[in-house]
Write a protein that binds this ligand. Structure first.
Ligand code: ASP
Length: 283
């Protein structure tokens, strides 16, 4: 239903509701797709400019949230502090307002995981019985943390984690998946033809430069995983390439016209998924 509205304009399912967008880290897709989703459902939007807000006067995060809660029905927040949403729960419980995560530092990005699963279902028909190869910065890339967990809720999923040692998937997350599901997990330091030949979803992530502490040799790390159309030759014939974007040098533009490219559609699916989410939370 949400996908249909794109063609028809607007659904008045959230008339009279107001959503605040509070982004303390850069964002194009998450911020704009939530904004567009709210507008397409008839809600009003307050895009908070944190640079000119009272945060700059030293206001605590909980006070900023309390303030917005007086004016809005829901708040989408992105913040650099990992785990910040857990810390804010007691304050949000004082209000009737929903706080939605738009990403917390190198922690999680739950709505991206939902749109990624929606993309997989749209493109492959199901997220059961698939092999997903995650490649890139799996340590600081929050999208893969959330996606691997959501994938583990499906049946007969294999996840290959392909990354240099310094950027591998945090062990505690893989351990949690192993404990709670029957998902098969493999760790590799480099992509190979064999891995690609069995891959249904190749999920790439960029190097999260902003989260490095400066001691790592970033350039050397980057050169170890650049995907071009040539690299994809052994990919399973029905395989798809996803990326949460933005891309930097890890995903060459030659892949844009490859049959497997779905990362532009993935952005559009993100708006439909966020419309459904806003309706579920605020409707
Ligand atoms: N846009 C995604 C995020 O906010 C991916 C990225 O920035 O690399 O996590």
């Amino acid at each position: 239903m949400m996908k249909k509205v794109q063609l028809e304009g607007r659904l008045n399912l959230l008339n009279g509701k107001v959503l605040a967008l509070l982004f303390f880290e850069p964002s194009t897709r998450t911020c704009c797709s939530f904004h567009a989703a709210a507008l397409r459902l008839g809600a009003g939007v307050i895009p908070v400019d944190v640079m000119s807000s009272s945060t700059k006067k030293g206001e605590s995060l909980q006070d900023t949230l309390r303030t917005l809660a007086c004016f809005c029905n829901g708040i989408v927040m992105r913040h650099p502090e990992k785990g910040v949403f857990d810390r804010m729960i007691p304050y949000m419980n004082e209000t009737n307002v929903s706080l939605i995560s738009g990403g917390d530092g190198a922690g999680e990005h739950p709505t991206q995981a939902l749109l990624d699963i929606f993309t997989i279902m749209q493109e492959l028909g199901s997220a059961d019985n698939i092999t997903v190869t995650m490649c890139g910065d799996l340590r600081y890339g929050r999208t893969v943390h959330s996606l691997s967990y959501v994938l583990s809720l499906f049946t007969n999923v294999t996840i290959n984690y392909v990354a240099p040692e310094e950027l591998q998937m945090p062990q505690h997350l893989a351990d949690q998946i192993a404990k709670e599901s029957s998902t098969t997990q493999h760790f590799y330091s480099a992509l190979s033809d064999e891995i690609l030949a069995s891959t249904d979803v190749l999920y790439l992530t960029r190097l999260q430069r902003e989260r490095f502490c400066g001691t790592e040799n970033v350039d050397e790390i980057i050169s170890s995983y650049v995907i071009t159309a040539e690299t994809l030759k052994p990919l399973k014939s029905t395989g798809i390439v996803m990326h949460p974007l933005p891309r930097v040098q890890e995903l060459d533009e030659s892949v844009d016209s490859h049959r497997s490219c779905v990362y532009f559609k993935q952005m559009e699916y993100g708006m439909y998924m966020r419309m459904a989410l806003l309706y579920a939370v605020l409707g």
